[in-house]
Design a protein around this ligand. Structure first.
Ligand code: SF4
Ligand code: SF4
Length: 239
């Protein structure tokens, strides 16, 4: 029997992996795209491209409704060709490398966050995903999950993505199933369309949401504020 594609590992367990321009599979994982973008990914990418969030979303993404959560989810639009390549891939690598999305940084690690329902205690587990096309596992470099994530600059992504997971869990617990269009629109603007949110185009329950001066100029703080608003004013209400 062949090796399992997913293998649990501990945070400090070394494994062989490296990814750089010399690997024979260079850029292969930037094709056949099915890439979800988190709210923080969108902030990093639209700022890298110096674009308002609405234009970035229209040009580079597609919006779907999650089959279980019923919340809007965003994926990166792939190229029209057979290879369905990422819009940011070039023969020399990733053109948005400094601000590439969290999933591009995290591979080959799978990071699973869970919370004890009674104590609320957080637990993070790790696994390795070995995809057949990826030759990174044949490289001599040894690295641990912790070292990989630090090296990939994942700490700010994980912090913001974990907050988002908390909002989704709260919604699933308190408002399972159907969501009306107003709530979907509000969620989309507060999580994904920072520049529309900042411009004041956001209403909730007939009231405009007042944004404090302390967060208005910083996309990440504005996202934190928007997620806290959803947590306290929208999804905390049990239906
Ligand atoms: S964003 Fe960069 S690393 Fe991620 S799939 Fe696209 S080209 Fe590849
Ligand atoms: S397939 Fe693996 S080793 Fe090759 S470029 Fe992608 S992540 Fe790196």
């Amino acid at each position: 029997m062949g090796e399992e594609p997913i293998k649990k590992i501990s945070e400090n367990e070394p494994f062989h992996f490296d990814c750089q321009r010399e690997v024979p599979c260079f850029n292969l994982c930037c094709r056949d795209l099915n890439k979800f973008l988190t709210p923080y990914d969108i902030i990093r990418l639209k700022n890298h491209l110096n674009m308002p969030s609405r234009l970035f979303l229209e040009r580079y993404t597609e919006t779907h409704i999650g089959p279980q959560t019923r919340l809007p989810v965003i994926t990166l639009k792939s190229g029209a060709g057979n290879e369905r390549e990422c819009p940011f891939v070039t023969p020399f690598g990733c053109s948005v490398y400094e601000d590439r999305p969290s999933s591009c940084r995290t591979y080959p690690i799978i990071r699973i966050l869970s919370r004890n329902q009674e104590s609320g205690e957080r637990r993070i587990q790790y696994a390795l995903l070995k995809e057949p096309h990826c030759r990174g596992f044949e490289q001599s470099r040894q690295v641990t999950a912790r070292e990989w994530m630090t090296g990939q600059g994942l700490d700010p992504f994980n912090e913001m993505n974990d907050l988002m997971m908390g909002i989704i869990s709260l919604k699933n617990r308190n408002m399972p199933g159907y969501l009306n269009d107003d709530v979907k629109r509000l969620f989309f603007t507060l999580c994904y369309d920072m520049d529309a949110f900042r411009a004041g185009g956001c209403k909730s329950g007939g009231r405009f949401i007042e944004i404090p001066d302390s967060v208005i100029d910083d996309d990440t703080n504005l996202l934190r504020f928007g997620m806290a608003y959803l947590e306290q004013n929208v999804f905390s209400i049990t239906v």
